[in-house]
Design a protein around this ligand. Structure first.
Ligand SMILES: Cc1cc2nc3c(=O)[nH]c(=O)nc-3n(C[C@H](O)[C@H](O)[C@H](O)COP(=O)(O)O)c2cc1C
Length: 388
């Protein structure tokens, strides 16, 4: 790469009518800090820092499409106009500060009604009840719990399935009204969509179970309903667990078939995650160290075989690595989650390390003016921060 060439990581990407200024995406991250699903100043500041930090696309955390679609009592949601109103200033702030605002829509399925992580991440108990956190009835394709000690869901009726699909469509309409420009449907990590796809959790005998086509029906019908409401020029992503990582589960071959079906229904990007149906959430043995970029084989395969843009994420923390992934066409977009918690300015630091925007002109002007002068003195002192 010549000194003046823009790194692939910082090349824009146009999807439909929306242009992402670079390839770095803040991957959705639940913060379990909403009040009855309503976003607050916490969400504005938490997400806003990622726009200032230079990400091209900032996703909200999973937004529940109904009250009982939440994982915990702290989940954010978008099941009413009041919820959408609370999200408006957040979408506007992200946009005003150079990031494309995105929202992830979700239903927790058989993983609903549990404790916030810091209260135990398990079934709700006496301490939670005392705090006012009561459990609720949960539904899933089949009456199968995640594992021993988890709540047993009831088998959803066909009417319930249609209601949930409509909840997603209604939430998509509210998301557009709130100013979001990218929508992601969460169908990964053992939540509702994933449990319909996987033969391990879907043992129905009706049209929504059985063979792969039956198990895909819930997701495909829901995507059709969402796409009919979500404006045509605005990108639609679907996040899947590309493999369950458990014997007899959903496979990468299945994912490639699903990607083709989603693409035919107007989905623009497949966000390739893994795991969560049971066993480790990463689909990597908990005994092994998780390799950097461990989900890359999934995005690479979907991109090649379904001819569809992909997003990858999972332990991508080095600028050079992210740059190489995009340059080699292994994924179009790089999601960062925990790295962004550690360093919300990761995109700006990555740009610096790749020699892009060395004059700080892409930084918020309130910061850039000072940083140029600071950098100049650091250089005189022989300190090179770009490589740090
Ligand atoms: C605090 C936290 C909350 C998360 N919440 C969500 C979520 O709401 N939706 C989702 O699809 N993934 C969620 N994830 C997974 C991340 O989006 C991401 O896929 C995963 O952490 C791997 O990326 P990383 O190695 O950069 O952290 C969450 C991860 C973290 C650390």
């Amino acid at each position: 790469m010549s000194e003046t060439e823009t790194p692939a990581l910082f090349s824009p990407m146009t999807i439909g009518g929306v242009t992402l200024p670079n390839r770095i995406v803040i991957s959705p991250m639940c913060t379990y800090s909403a009040d009855d699903g309503v976003a607050s100043d916490w969400h504005l500041v938490h997400l806003g820092q990622y726009a200032l930090g230079g990400a091209g696309l900032v996703f909200t955390e999973a937004a529940a499409v109904s009250q009982n679609a939440r994982i915990t009592h702290g989940d954010m949601g978008i099941w009413s106009d009041e919820h959408a109103e609370a999200l408006k200033p957040i979408a506007a702030f992200l946009k005003a500060h150079g990031a494309v605002p995105g929202i992830q829509l979700a239903h927790a399925g058989r993983k609903a009604s549990i404790q916030r992580p810091w209260f135990g991440n398990g079934p709700l108990g006496e301490d939670d009840f005392a705090r006012g956190d009561q459990p609720w009835d949960i539904g899933a394709p089949s009456a199968l719990p995640v594992d021993e000690g988890w709540l047993v869901p009831h088998e959803m009726t066909v009417d319930e399935i249609h209601t949930v699909q409509q909840n997603f469509a209604d939430a998509a309409g509210r998301s557009a009204a709130a100013g979001f420009e990218v929508l992601e449907i969460h169908s990964a990590h053992g939540y509702l969509g994933n449990t319909f796809l996987s033969p391990l959790s879907n043992q129905r005998n009706d049209a929504y179970g059985g063979d792969r086509a039956g198990r895909m029906r819930f997701t495909l019908e829901m995507v059709e309903k969402v796409r009919a409401v979500w404006p045509a020029g605005k990108p639609l992503f679907v996040r899947v667990s590309a493999i369950d990582g458990v014997g007899g589960g959903w496979s990468l071959d299945d994912t490639v078939v699903l990607a083709g079906e989603l693409k035919a229904r107007g989905v623009d990007v497949m966000d390739c995650s893994s795991g969560g149906i049971g066993g480790p959430a990463t689909a990597v043995s908990s005994r092994d160290a998780i390799p950097m970029g461990f989900r890359l084989p999934f995005s690479e395969r979907v991109r090649a075989d379904a001819d569809m843009p992909t997003m990858t994420h999972g332990f991508i923390i080095q600028a050079d690595h992210a740059e190489q992934i995009v340059r080699e066409g292994r994924a179009d977009l790089i999601g960062i989650a925990r790295e962004a918690l550690y360093n919300p300015y990761w995109p700006r630091h990555a740009a610096h390390q790749l020699g892009h925007n060395p004059d700080f002109s892409h930084w918020p002007k309130q910061y850039g003016w000072w940083l140029v002068r600071r950098e100049s003195n650091l250089r005189k002192l022989g300190i090179d921060r770009a490589g740090a």
